[in-house]
Design a protein around this ligand. Structure first.
Ligand code: SAM
Length: 396
């Protein structure tokens, strides 16, 4: 982490009291630089919708926490050499209660591995996106030399993002030499780009250079504070990739792993479906009762009719589109018989909240059959028309 980015200045070679001594020279980024780097990755995820993402040198897992909310990501992995950081921060990646109530559409597994990025572990093969945010400057010369063959040659992700400090920016900081005591080097733009182009060329990637952290007015020539290379695999195969290397090879230690509830899991899908069905059936039942009461009072029949599709919800303002309304109107109507209220499954499937699951009637029936009552032929959900807890004006 670099100076001034988070409130904690750990191991910084910058005098901690510099801001007081020389406040006009301290550059404050808005948003803070680390957030700009994370936002850069989030924008990439928005654009490319990767399924499998790994963050190498994930530190306190902050980027992973931001990425776990993306519906496209199904496997999210963090790797760091600092086991304590992983042990302390793993729990931040657990699903929240709300994620059980409203599960994701697709599965998500999050795993934290303890290990070095210069070790080969086959569980990191085949990723769509690998990020190395402020990592490479922490590698000594031996590890830096091994980094390309492991990350580009062996892991060979479809896309790779590498960010590192731009040393040309440093004279704008009250810094002595390096931005952090653990940095082994900081590169100028030419140094980073020369390294990146050589690596990209060797492992069949193309690379684009950009950055975050705009320089102040008048100092534009120094470039971004953080320089970034975005590498994308071209069609050719990485020279090192050969069958023997694709064998199972588990070197990293799992420090933490969790699986998120999702609608791909039958248990969760059942739970959510039954909930939606019961809410919808009860809504229709109450509309039918209210329409009946209005009829009994001789009130003029006014919209909406008992079994007509509901209009916009007064509180939520959810309005149906014309196409949705027509689809509901075309579906079989709910009906009453012998004190029971029947809602055809076809009717339920016409409502957007159930339609989004894209289920055939047969599948819906199978999923809800052991939780709700169905008509003898299984084509409709059946409930009592009257519930003892229904509100009746004459009760009050
Ligand atoms: N990427 C995170 C971020 O941007 O917030 C953390 C960056 S921090 C400056 C660098 C991280 O790289 C540290 O957590 C450190 O433990 C990790 N690291 C250093 N050398 C490593 C290696 N050889 N393999 C894996 N992680 C390493």
């Amino acid at each position: 982490m670099e100076m001034g980015e988070k409130n904690i200045l750990c191991n910084s070679v910058v005098a901690h009291d510099f801001e007081e001594v020389c406040p006009e020279r301290v550059i404050k980024f808005k948003p803070p630089l680390y957030k700009q780097r994370y936002q850069f990755v989030r924008d990439l995820v928005d654009r490319h919708r990767p399924k499998k993402v790994a963050d190498l040198g994930c530190g306190d897992t902050e980027l992973l926490r931001l990425l776990k909310i993306y519906p496209c990501i199904q496997l999210l992995v963090g790797v760091d050499i600092d086991v304590e950081k992983l042990q302390t921060n793993g729990h931040h990646l657990s699903p929240y209660l709300g994620e059980f109530v409203k599960p994701r559409d697709l599965d998500l597994t999050v795993t934290l591995y303890h290990g070095s990025v210069v070790e080969r572990d086959s569980r990191l093969l085949g990723f769509d996106l690998i990020t190395c945010i402020e990592l490479i400057e922490h590698l000594d010369s031996e590890d830096l030399a091994r980094f390309p063959e492991v990350v580009f040659g062996y892991l060979s992700p479809a896309m790779l993002v590498i960010s590192t400090p731009n040393s040309e920016f440093n004279p704008l900081f009250p810094t002595v030499t390096l931005r952090d005591a653990d940095h082994k080097f900081e590169w100028s733009r030419v140094e980073f780009q020369t390294w990146a182009l050589r690596v990209a060329n060797r492992y069949n990637y193309c690379v684009e250079f950009t950055g975050v952290g705009e320089p102040p007015v008048g100092a534009e020539h120094v470039g971004y504070c953080t320089q970034i290379g975005v590498f994308q695999k071209t069609s050719g195969k990485a020279p090192e990739a050969c069958a023997s290397e694709q064998r199972e090879r588990h070197v990293y230690k799992v420090v933490y792993t969790t699986t998120y509830p999702s609608l791909q899991q039958e248990k969760m899908l059942k739970c959510v479906l039954v909930g939606e069905v019961l809410v919808q059936v009860d809504r229709l039942r109450l509309r039918t009762l209210r329409a009946g009461e209005r009829g009994a009072r001789g009130a003029r029949p006014g919209p909406p009719a008992a079994d007509a599709p509901p209009g916009p919800h007064p509180a939520l303002g959810t309005a149906l589109t014309e196409a949705e309304r027509r689809r509901i109107e075309r579906s079989p109507r709910p009906f009453c018989a012998g004190g029971k209220f029947f809602v055809p499954l076809q009717r339920l499937l016409a409502y957007p909240k159930l339609r989004r699951f894209q289920l055939a009637e047969e599948r819906l029936r199978a999923l809800i059959a052991d939780s709700v009552s169905l008509s003898a032929d299984g084509s409709a959900v059946v409930v009592d028309l009257h519930n003892p807890w229904d509100y009746r004006p004459e009760d009050s």
